[in-house]
Design a protein around this ligand. Structure first.
Ligand code: F6P
Length: 553
């Protein structure tokens, strides 16, 4: 039995769960008029409403007790001060340093890391500004019209998500492209319409060894050379963001165009670093600073607000409540702002790569469940796709809803329709529809008693389905920075409570290792028998079919 599941707070939560599990949120709302005031918090432009959750004061108190029992405040300090809390890789976890606005040194391994961070950011901004103002010229003296970021995972999802989210702030005559899939369709579909003379590549890879990225980077380089007939001016068209400067240089990238990241920045937490080069090119230095400022404000809030008023802490505790006591397996993230359409994909990596772990900090298998399956989609699209399951399925899917008070163009007709859905969905999921309500509705529609009886079971909604809503004024860079940081810290808090290391990702290694070996086996037409019969069967079928067609190398 783990310390966690034996802790006083955990046992008390188990008992409390038994008492509250059948209580309907309708009752909770009926009992108190000020439930919204009690269970909502405001941080700058963001309102966090967590009142439509299956909680009462005792739930919150016990969850806070749990956070205190695992010494959460101490862990928060450990992270911010640069202790090597990523113990399996002996690394500090300092994405917060990348947005630190204070004038105080931050010492890691005897060195103040802030000057180097700021220096590197200056270089990023200088390059970005030259490209944005058309001062950066390609090999044939033309300005850049297209920027292609080649990367995957954290070197892709964060920059793509932010660039899409802040689309209104991007330049209209500078197109951003993001290539991640090693499937040739991705890079070739992208390059097909581009002009090498006006295209600039960013090879974004912390390690500079990720197979997918390196294969795509090589294809991009070859495309450039083939089209322009020379390797000479490659430095006018290629840059790299990496912690492996040597490999980037070996690839042929000029030192001036290599931007550093540090091993204390996790890939999925790296959009604030030079990995954000594509973001800075897209939105400009000022907007990028706003993004950092928004995140910094949340960092301050997370570090200093008492736990009971601390938004990421409450977000995390609610997740624990559903995950470990209600045994919810998943959580949905549902942005109602179209510009946040890549946010669910971004959050999937941030959350699932961080907390999808069954081994605790002491190396033991845990006896409780950890990270949920995170999924999501633009809320309106989800309503016409998977919301049926959220409303009437047999699984509880706690959902986060994100919506703006103003959208970018502030068009009343669209926004009213959008927001009416936001409010309606959270209400419907919470209240459901009782038999009595269905009866009255069908009666009013003119159905007879037999018809009503037949339809009744299908029309009833049990409700009691939890949602939390983040309602923000508008999706500007600062607010976006804050939203991302809220989720980063939420993930951290959950990792602390589950006693797992949220900052390594050993689980992605096995597949990579096997793929490397199999890639060798795919070099010839010899049939293989080194695997299980299914894998052998698949590989051999592939080889036979493939041999019927002549393909390019
Ligand atoms: O395979 C997982 C992973 O290591 C992620 O953690 C990371 O964001 C991604 O691959 C890309 O890694 P890199 O930036 O080193 O290419």
């Amino acid at each position: 039995m783990s310390e966690l599941t034996q802790s006083k707070a955990w046992l008390a939560l188990l008992k409390h769960y038994d008492e509250i599990k059948l209580v309907h949120m309708r009752e909770l709302f009926d009992q108190s008029d000020n439930r919204f005031a009690r269970y909502s918090l405001q941080l700058n432009d963001i309102l966090y409403d967590y009142s439509k959750n299956r909680i009462n004061d005792e739930t919150v108190e016990l969850l806070l007790q749990l956070a205190n029992d695992v010494e959460l405040p101490l862990w928060i300090e450990k992270m911010f001060s640069g202790e090597p809390i990523n113990h399996t890789e002996h690394r500090a976890v300092l994405h917060t340093a990348l947005r630190d606005q204070r004038d105080q040194p931050l010492i890691v391994d005897g060195i103040d890391i802030l000057p180097e961070i700021r220096e590197e950011r200056k270089r990023v901004k200088q390059l970005a500004e030259k490209i944005r103002t058309r001062k950066w010229r390609g090999a044939t003296n033309q300005a850049i019209t297209d920027v292609v970021n080649i990367g995957i995972g954290g070197s892709h999802l964060g920059p793509l998500m932010v660039t899409e989210a802040l689309r209104p702030h991007t330049l209209h005559d500078l197109n951003m492209h993001f290539v991640s899939n090693v499937d040739e369709n991705h890079i070739n579909d992208t390059l097909e319409y581009l002009n090498p003379e006006t295209t600039f590549f960013i090879i974004a890879s912390k390690t500079f060894t990720t197979q997918d990225t390196m294969v795509n980077a090589e294809t991009a380089r070859q495309w450039y050379i083939n089209k322009l007939g020379s390797e000479e001016c490659i430095e006018r068209h290629f840059s790299a963001v990496t912690s492996n400067v040597t490999l980037a240089k070996d690839f042929g990238i000029a030192e001036n165009n290599i931007f550093k990241i540090w091993d204390w920045v996790g890939g999925r937490y790296s959009l604030w670093s030079s990995i954000g080069l594509s973001i800075v090119i897209a939105i400009g230095a000022e907007q990028f600073d706003e993004l950092l400022a928004g995140a910094y404000e949340v960092d301050q809030h997370f570090r200093h607000a008492p736990l009971e008023k601390n938004i990421p802490v409450l977000m995390a505790l609610l997740g624990i409540w559903y995950n470990n006591f209600f045994e919810a397996q998943s959580m949905a993230v549902l942005p109602y702002d179209q510009h946040l359409h890549r946010f669910p994909a971004y959050l999937q990596q941030a959350d699932m790569e961080s907390n999808g772990k069954y081994v605790d900090r002491q190396g033991h298998e845990v006896d409780y469940t950890t990270g949920p399956v995170v999924f999501g989609e633009i809320g309106i699209a989800g309503q016409h796709a998977f919301f049926q399951l959220l409303h009437q399925g047999t699984k509880m899917v706690p959902a986060d809803i994100l919506a703006p008070v103003y959208d970018f163009r502030c068009i009343v007709k669209h926004h009213r329709a959008l927001m009416s859905n936001v409010f309606a969905q959270t209400e419907a999921l919470m209240r459901g529809k009782t038999e009595q309500e269905v009866y009255q509705e069908l009666k009013a529609e003119g159905l007879d008693e037999i018809q009503i009886k037949q339809l009744m079971p299908y029309k009833v909604f049990l409700g009691n389905r939890p949602t939390s809503t983040l309602l923000f004024d508008t999706l500007d860079a600062k607010t976006l920075g804050s939203i991302i940081a809220l989720y980063e810290h939420k993930i951290f808090v959950q990792g602390v409570i589950w006693n797992i290391n949220s900052f390594d990702q050993w689980g992605v290694e096995l597949g990579k290792q096997l793929a490397k070996n199999i890639a060798h086996e795919l070099n010839d037409e010899k049939l293989v028998k080194s695997h299980d019969c299914s894998t052998n069967g698949l590989i051999n079928h592939y080889k036979r079919q493939r041999s019927k067609k002549t393909c390019k190398k």
